[in-house]
Design a protein around this ligand. Structure first.
Ligand SMILES: [Zn+2]
Length: 83
């Protein structure tokens, strides 16, 4: 199923709003940090979401698919246009 959304931290997030995704888990040294060991997903307008590694990998896959346009081929055969 193609979708413009992916699930991050139990939220359906439009993938075109994602600016970048952290490659390494967050660590800032603060003893009361809520996000240590989680991966940051940066959205437009200065928002961030925090996710785990499995979810981050899923998001990366969805983003990659979106950018390469795989979903555009899902509409059936275009072989008759070859002539
Ligand atoms: Zn922190």
């Amino acid at each position: 199923m193609s979708s413009l959304f992916c699930i991050i931290d139990d939220k359906h997030v439009p993938i075109y709003r994602i600016l970048w995704i952290s490659d390494v888990p967050h660590f800032c040294g603060e003893s009361d940090c809520l996000y240590e060991g989680r991966y940051e997903v940066r959205l437009e307008q200065g928002e961030s979401l925090w996710t785990n590694r499995d979810e981050r990998d899923e998001v990366l896959k969805v983003l990659e698919k979106w950018h390469t346009g795989d979903d555009l081929d899902a509409g059936g055969s275009d072989s008759e246009n070859w002539s």
